[in-house]
Design a protein around this ligand. Structure first.
Ligand SMILES: Nc1ncnc2c1ncn2[C@@H]1O[C@H](COP(=O)(O)OP(=O)(O)OP(=O)(O)O)[C@@H](O)[C@H]1O
Length: 252
């Protein structure tokens, strides 16, 4: 479903990604690990066209992704969550999730500005879709609550709900369990495993929490200083001396 070839990104003198390549099969869940500054978020930003690549190629469902404009990404079925939450604090949980479904809307600028009946019908539909996702993630009780002031664990689930509202086929999760308690991490992992099945999702997840990665991912790719240093089944990568030195060594 996703093929990354020789992807290179430079920021001035820093090479954030240096010829990185890997593939993700449909319905697989791949963990992207590596120490701070390894290039994981930069990779996500390339896939969602927030960063320009200096070299290499990305093919998604057979199409060259790097030629697509950033606003086309959600419409192609790629959803993402952000490390530091991409939510609007003053908007309600439901409104935040509706923003995630917005690209399904078909009303043009003028129709929307004049609030013609079609726009109202469309809003009602987006609201229904958002409510279905909120119910699925046990968030119905906070649907009308502003995002600001909710517990961090709840906000992480709202962030997931917002990404799912876009009906993605490929879901990119950036540190989804960072900052969660043990119990919350386990619950998040259970939810994600179930959603993968229900929605036939393909998932790439950046995460430092090794227990979560080992328990949810089929394969793991490890980056260090912008280079891929290991790839394989989670147990194998965890035992890889290069990974232990680069990542687990520094984390211990
Ligand atoms: N917009 C930017 N401008 C300049 N340098 C950047 C930019 N974004 C990232 N970098 C640099 O690129 C390298 C890779 O950063 P990136 O955020 O992708 O790492 P990461 O693996 O996601 O780290 P973390 O685990 O801390 O989130 C780092 O050296 C970082 O300082």
């Amino acid at each position: 479903m996703l093929e990354v070839h020789e992807l290179t990104v430079r920021f001035g003198g820093i090479t954030a990604l240096d010829g990185v390549g890997f593939t993700v099969a449909r319905c697989a869940m791949v963990g992207l690990i590596g120490p701070n500054g390894a290039g994981k978020t930069t990779l996500f930003n390339c896939l969602t066209r927030r960063h320009r690549a200096d070299g290499g190629e990305v093919r998604y469902e057979g199409r060259g992704l790097l030629a697509e404009p950033p606003h086309a990404i959600a419409g192609l079925g790629i959803g993402r969550t952000f490390q530091n939450l991409g939510l609007f604090p003053r908007m309600s949980v439901r409104e935040n999730v509706m923003v995630g479904a917005h690209h399904h809307g078909r009303a043009g600028f003028l129709t929307a500005a004049l609030r013609l009946p079609r726009v109202r019908r469309e809003e009602a539909r987006l609201r229904e879709e958002a409510d279905a996702v909120l119910a699925r993630l046990d968030l119905a009780a906070v649907a009308d609550h502003p995002a600001a002031g909710l517990p961090f664990g709840t906000l992480k689930r709202v962030e997931l709900a917002r990404a799912l509202a876009g009906r993605p086929r490929l879901l990119l999760l950036d540190e989804p369990v960072n900052g969660l308690s043990h119990g919350e991490v386990d619950a998040f992992a259970d939810t994600l495993r179930a959603l993968r099945e229900e929605l036939s999702l393909t998932v790439v997840v950046v995460e430092h929490h090794m227990g979560f990665v080992m328990g949810t991912c089929d394969r793991v790719v490890c980056l260090d200083f912008g280079r891929k240093i290991a790839e394989g089944p989670p147990e194998e990568v965890q035992r890889d001396p290069a990974v232990i030195e680069a990542y687990l060594g520094t984390a211990a």
